[in-house]
Design a protein around this ligand. Sequence first.
Ligand code: GAP
Length: 435
Amino acid sequence: MAQNEQNNDLMEKIVSLCKRRGFIYQGSEIYGGLAGTFDYAHYGLALKNNIKNSWWKKFVDSRRDMYGIDASIIMNSKVWEASGHVAGFSDPLVECTKCKRRFREDTLKEKGKCDDCGSPVGMPRQFNMMFATQIGAMEDSSTTVYLRPETAQGIFVNFKNTVDSFHPKLPFGIAQIGKAFRNEITPRDFIFRVREFEQMEIEYFVRENDWHKYFEYFKDEMLEWMESVGIDMNKVHELEVEIGDLAHYSKRTMDFEFEYPFGKKELFGLAYRQDFDLKNHGLEYQDEENGGKLTPHVIEPTFGVDRAVLAVLLSAYNEEDPERPFLKLKPNIAPVICAVSPLLKNKPELVEKAEMVFGMLKAEFGRVAYDDNGNIGKRYRRQDEIGTPYCIVVDFDTLGENPDLLDTVTIRDRDTGNQERVKISDLISKIKEQM
Ligand code: GAP
C-alpha cells in the first residue's frame, strides 16, 4: 500500500475506533453534524480528563510557584481590543471564483486553486476568527462580546487579582485549562483543527533578563510531560518559528510538531510573549526585591487538549497483529485501568466473587470495568481495543478448586498477553506499581 493510502487508512481506523468504542462522536450527528465540532463519549472523556489531570498535577499541584484560575469564557470586549485580537486575529480567506467555496489560503492543496473544483481562487482577505455574539436582552442596548479564542487572556486579566491574593515572588505562573473557540475557515482532520476546543496554558511571569533561561526550562518540561502521557517522541519535532511568522505578541516561538498521518503539524507551542499583554492591559508588579514597579515578561507554554488526545491515540495504536489491534495507552491515562470478569457468567459463585473484586478495585481506582459479555477471548479483544492495561479473571481456582490458589485471580497484561496469578489482596498494590 502506498504511504499516502496507509496514512489515510490509519486516520480512518482511529476515527472509526473512536466512534465504535465510545471515545469521540461527530458533534450534532443526528442532524447531519456541525463542521468543526466533536463530542467526547465516556472513554474519550475519561482519556481527556486523565490527560488534563496529569498536566495539572505536573505543572500546578507539584509546584510552589503556580496558581490556578478558571476564568469566564465571555469577557469584556476591551480585553480583546487590548490584546490585539480584534484588530489582528485573522486568517487569509480565499473564495473559489467558480463554485464559491471558501478556504484558508495557506491550507490550499495547490496554490491559487480551489481544493474542490480546481478553478482559480480570488484575492485573499483577512477573516477574523473570533466568534462574536450579543450580550443583553434589548437589541438596541446589547453589546458585542466574543467567545475567547485563547485561555491566555483570562490569565492576564487576573494577574493583579492573583498578585493581591497570593503575593507571589517572581518568577511565578498562572495556569488555566478551559475551552477556546475559533471560527476556523477550514476545520479538518478529525479533532486536529476544530472550532471549539480546549487549551491548557501557563503564563509564567519572569524578569526580562531571565526569559532565555525559562524558555529553555519550559521546553524541557513540556517534552518530559509529552513523554509521560505516551506521545511517541520519535514523532515530535521542534520548529523554531521564523520571525516573519511570529504572532503579533511574540519575540520567539517554538512549535512542537507531531507527525500526524496527514502531515507534520503543530501539536503544542512555547512562546516568549515579552511584556506585550501586561503592558497593553496596563498591569504592573510591585518589585519588593529592588523597589519600584516593573512589568514582568512572559513565557507561555501552551497545549491543545484535543491535539494531545489525538497524538496519544495515534501513538498508542498498535496493529502489529492485525487480528488484535490495540491501544497501548499508559496506565496513568487509559480510560479503564482494569476490567474484571467471572470466567463464566452463569455460575453465581464466580459472579459473586468477581463482583466483590470489582467493588474493591472500583473503590480504589474508579476507572474499572465489569465485563461478562461473550467469551473470555472476546472480552480481552474488547478491552485491548480501548487500551485497558489489565484484565482480571475470577475462575474456579479462585474459589479453591485448587486449594493452593484459593483467593487468587489471573491478571493479563494487554501488551504481552501474558497471564500471572496474583492474590486478590495484592491486586491494588500490583496495579499501583504500574501507574
Ligand atoms: N495562547 C497562545 C495560543 O493560543 P496557539 O498556537 O494559537 O497559541 C495554542 O494555540 C494551542 O491550541 C495549539 O498549539 C494547539 O494545540 C491548540 N489549537 C489551536 N487552534 C486549534 C484548533 N482550531 N483546534 C484544535 N486545537 C487548536
